[in-house]
Design a protein around this ligand. Structure first.
Ligand code: SF4
Length: 581
């Protein structure tokens, strides 16, 4: 594919967009912002859209986007060795001062390297020189455990863009050269410069800890940067509308950040604390402004109803003529009025996450709802006229037994009874789709020391659950095997030594088994080992705000089947606030 063809495609894409920013480059800091997946996926990502807006809101920065080209285009570009261009001005990506990646999923790590290759930039930081752009990697995944990506990044941005961008500007303005810039960045909150730190390993291969390199002034650990309050901050919202995304021209907006339910497996819950609501008036103003471009609003929050004004927000959005789709709903959010709003917005399916079928196991993971409450919610949903339900369950939870598998089947059958009760008289019975995923213990959770369950046990449980749930009318179980999660777990739990496997997977077309062999890595070491005696964990390099002692206590309570009740919203929030100060 020639540069001319790339330019034509970029212009074609821009012609369908509303809201992109085009600035002259002049003396501005030039940032090429990448989403390491396709345009279709990336433009649905609110974090990506928000960073684009935040960069371009600064007069002295110009930010342009680029994405992973679709397969065919990618092959043509690689073959032609034509430089990868940004969308807005079709400038070679390699000519920018900074290449910033917004990474949301472990599976996109290889795509970071593909994009660097297409841009003509060496993948490893150690192979680059100051004439290359500064490679900055940020996004949700990296501030949980950035280590597998550390050798590829000059800088890792750990935390929320609203706080990070001013720090980047300060460092760039003051720096005399690249080394100076890295050292200055390291002193700004939330910036982790991997080359300034050295990991140390014990004889058994476990991580012994990190040290800062001699003569360097850098914090250890690096403290995550997060907004303390959101009262005066514009909520992240769709700034560029295009029909070519997963959600079409839906207007996405974040209403409230974080979730205080403290489920013990949930990194999103722990890592976005405390719960912070965005200002109601700005939410409504932005929605009003976007109304000409969109007639459906997607509310992107993991704990939507923790916004103190949620009823007023929903009523106003309906009044504006929006149909409303929440990205996810907690079970305790499903009140009568919320379900009615969803029904009026034309939703025919609701997704809920019981996680497991037994109240006992839900106490283990601190999911503070009971089967009775779940069945009440199912009643409410089906009574409203919504026909279908998606359920999320997990397998391989601590203390799980065969009885808990039977409980998954039984709860699903009871939910199905509710569906039949309302569907049959209307002659219109919907369906239940239940997804079951093996638990991957995540960094920054109470389960961060746990090994993944032994594959032979998981296989047996999967077979048993398949047998238990086979042939139930109108119920479809989608049970993911442990093998599928293996490499995702490796990327989630790994340290810097995993990086060569990512590079090999990028070269060999993502044959992960071969890549791990080629890199000489023992994947089981990272995935199936109990880490509770390790001196340090790879992700300890970032201080996410939650203390080790808290996670240890939560883990012990988990084994005792004890709740940690969700904090009582505002009042408890004040208590949690110090974690990010
Ligand atoms: S309810 Fe639990 S699983 Fe859901 S976002 Fe909150 S903490 Fe996470």
């Amino acid at each position: 594919m020639t540069s001319w063809e790339q330019r034509e495609r970029a212009l074609h894409t821009l012609a369908k967009e509303v809201g992109y920013v085009k600035k002259p480059h002049g003396n501005r800091l030039r940032v090429a912002l990448a989403f390491p997946n396709t345009y279709w996926v990336g433009m649905s990502n609110l974090g990506f859209q928000t960073v684009y807006r935040l960069f371009n809101a600064e007069d002295d920065i110009v930010c342009e986007r680029f994405f992973l080209p679709p397969k065919q285009e990618l092959a043509e570009l690689s073959a032609a060795k034509a430089p990868l261009l940004t969308l807005e001005s079709q400038t070679p990506v390699g000519d920018f001062d900074v290449i910033a990646f917004s990474v949301s999923f472990e599976w996109d790590y290889v795509n970071v390297l593909t994009l660097l290759r297409l841009a003509g930039v060496p993948g490893y930081a150690a192979e680059r020189s100051p004439r290359h752009p500064l490679i900055l990697i940020g996004g949700a995944v990296t501030f949980v455990n950035p280590e597998p990506l550390a050798p590829f990044a000059d800088v890792i941005a750990a935390g929320e863009g609203e706080v990070l961008i001013p720090g980047l500007r300060r460092a760039v303005a003051a720096a005399t050269d690249r080394d100076d810039l890295l050292r200055l960045l390291a002193t700004e909150r939330g910036f982790y410069v991997p080359s300034l730190y050295e990991p140390h390993y014990a004889d058994d291969g476990t991580l012994a800890g990190y040290t800062v390199r001699d003569g360097v002034d850098a914090p250890l650990p690096v403290r995550k940067a997060a907004l303390k309050v959101t009262d005066a901050v514009d909520p992240p919202a769709t700034g560029i509308f295009t029909p070519d995304t997963e959600f079409g021209s839906r207007f996405l907006i974040e209403v409230v950040r974080g979730c205080a339910n403290l489920c013990r497996f949930c990194w999103a819950g722990y890592n976005y604390l405390p719960v912070r609501a965005f200002p109601t008036d700005r939410i409504l103003q932005l929605a009003r402004d976007a109304r000409t471009h969109s007639n459906r609003v997607g509310l992107v929050s993991i704990a939507l109803c923790d916004h103190p004004d949620i009823e007023r927000i929903l009523a106003n959005l309906l009044e504006m003529g929006y149909a409303i789709s929440p990205a996810s709903l907690r079970l305790d959010d499903l009140t009568e009025s919320i379900v009615r709003v969803l029904r009026e917005s034309g939703e025919r399916t609701i997704t809920i996450a019981p996680e497991t079928g037994s109240d006992r196991l839900r106490r283990v993971i601190n999911k503070t709802v009971t089967n009775d409450e779940i069945l009440d919610r199912a009643d409410l949903i089906f009574a409203s006229g919504i026909e279908n339900l998606k359920l999320y369950y997990m397998l391989g939870l601590p203390t799980e037994t065969d009885d808990d598998l039977v409980a998954i089947r039984d709860l699903t059958l009871q939910i199905r009874d509710r569906m039949m009760k309302y569907g049959r008289p209307k002659g219109q019975v919907g369906r239940i789709i239940a997804s079951v995923n093996p638990l991957i213990p995540k960094p920054g959770t109470a389960y961060q020391w746990l090994p993944m369950e032994d594959p032979s046990i998981v296989d047996r449980k999967i077979k048993r659950l398949r047998h238990l749930t086979a042939g139930i009318d109108n119920v479809f179980f989608n049970i993911k095997s442990e093998r599928h999660s293996y490499y995702q777990a490796l990327l989630s739990l790994g340290d810097r030594r995993v990086a060569p496997a990512i590079a090999a997977a990028e070269r060999n077309g993502q044959n992960w088994r071969a890549a791990v062999d080629e890199a000489g890595i023992d994947g089981d070491f990272y995935i199936f080992r109990d880490r509770s005696r390790d001196a340090a964990l790879p992700w300890d390099i970032i201080d996410g705000g939650m203390k080790r002692a808290f996670f240890e206590a939560e883990f012990q309570k988990s084994l005792r089947e004890e709740w940690t009740l969700p904090p009582k919203r505002a009042q408890e929030n004040a208590r949690l606030l110090p974690v990010i100060q």
